[in-house]
Design a protein around this ligand. Structure first.
Ligand code: AHM
Ligand code: MG
Length: 340
């Protein structure tokens, strides 16, 4: 009847209700979606509402907190506590876990980075939220210090020229939803997201300013990317916001790395609310999410068991073709390398 109006909008709520038999998971995802809309609104109005700049505090990981970091964190904590389905929350912005009062407690434990990519906030470059969800065992923080294999839902929301939510639950497919600002709903726009079958665009994505600190195999791999593989040159793309860099990697192909190095032996990114959720998305889409050489071997990020809520992990994420280039450099250095 109309090209302008969808008479049968495939909303986020509809997708979740259809694909889970768990009404509490529906409530959780709706609460998360509400906080993403609030954050998107604050990010979008940051200039006019004078929300750029520092809040004057330092967060759990020692970074200066921006006003938008603090607001986004409060928005998520309030939405999740009042959802009635959460018992433990861990945020990058809070040193300690938040234990939800008994009268509002439910069965989910949620870890999140409310606004990742802080260095890009004040110059209007894409930022995002990353989250992972576990089911309650004893209602303590230990419920979150578990392998990614126990994570029941993981995803991210990217605040950019459009607002996009991408998530996977219960080991299922990766699905993408775009916020339609005219109706305030996330609409199902990307179905069963997969890495490009042919490896996609040849892109390497890393902060090359860390080059002198990297291990030799990582330096070698980046040199290979720069000189090209099979006569095909690679191009460099690095936003410096993990959500944006991973979203591009998923859609276009290529490889994103933030490895362990001499300066940061565990890498920079946080295992619980950056590494593991992104690893689950990448793997479910047919990619590889590797730690690179870390703690004596090359392992999967999804198999790491965080030993503390804010611990770090190195990351190499991308399609098999491009992660393979890095593995070849490890092999040449005599490191035992998993087969791809
Ligand atoms: P943040 O949580 O303080 O924002 O830091 C995480 C961000 C990631 O989004 C991004 O991939 C990385 O830090 C960029 O780090 P660098 O500035 O060292 O390149
Ligand atoms: Mg972060």
């Amino acid at each position: 009847m109309s090209d302008m109006f969808d008479l049968d909008a495939p909303t986020l709520s509809r997708y979740v209700m259809k694909n889970t038999k768990d009404p509490e998971l529906v409530i959780l995802l709706n609460s998360l979606a509400t906080s993403f809309k609030l954050i998107a609104s604050a990010v979008g109005r940051a200039g006019v509402a004078k929300l750029y700049g520092l809040a004057g505090e330092v967060n759990s990981t020692g970074d200066d907190q921006k006003k938008l970091d603090v607001m986004s964190n409060d928005m998520m904590i309030n939405a999740l506590i009042h959802s009635g389905v959460c018992c433990v929350l861990v945020s990058e912005e809070n040193e300690d876990p938040i234990i939800v009062p008994a009268d509002k407690a439910g069965k989910f434990c949620v870890a999140f980075d409310p606004l990742d990519g802080s260095s890009n906030i004040d110059c209007n470059v894409s930022v995002g939220t990353i989250f992972s969800v576990y089911e309650r065992k004893d209602g303590s923080v230990n419920d979150l210090l578990r392998s990614g294999a126990d994570c029941i839902c993981a995803g991210y929301c990217c605040y950019s020229s459009a607002v996009e939510l991408v998530f996977t639950f219960n080991g299922g497919t990766v699905e993408g939803f775009c916020l339609d600002p005219t109706i305030g709903e996330f609409i199902h726009t990307r179905i069963d997201m997969k890495f490009p079958a042919d490896g996609g665009k040849r892109i390497y994505s890393c902060n090359e300013g860390n080059y002198i600190h990297w291990d030799k195999p990582i330096q070698d791999a980046v040199s290979v990317f720069k000189s090209g593989v099979d006569g095909e040159p690679y191009t460099a793309r690095y936003v410096g916001s993990m959500v944006a860099d991973i979203h591009r990697t998923l859609l276009y192909g290529g490889v994103y790395i933030y490895p362990a190095d001499k300066k940061s032996p565990k890498g920079k990114l946080r295992c619980l609310y950056e590494g593991i959720p992104m690893a689950l998305i990448i793997e479910q889409a047919g990619g590889i999410a590797s730690t690179g050489y870390f703690q004596g071997k090359i392992g999967r990020v999804a198999e790491l068991v965080p030993d503390a809520i804010h611990c770090k992990c190195p990351i190499i994420m991308g399609g098999p073709r491009d992660v393979g280039v890095i593995y070849d450099c490890y092999k040449k250095a005599g490191v035992e390398t998993p087969s791809i």
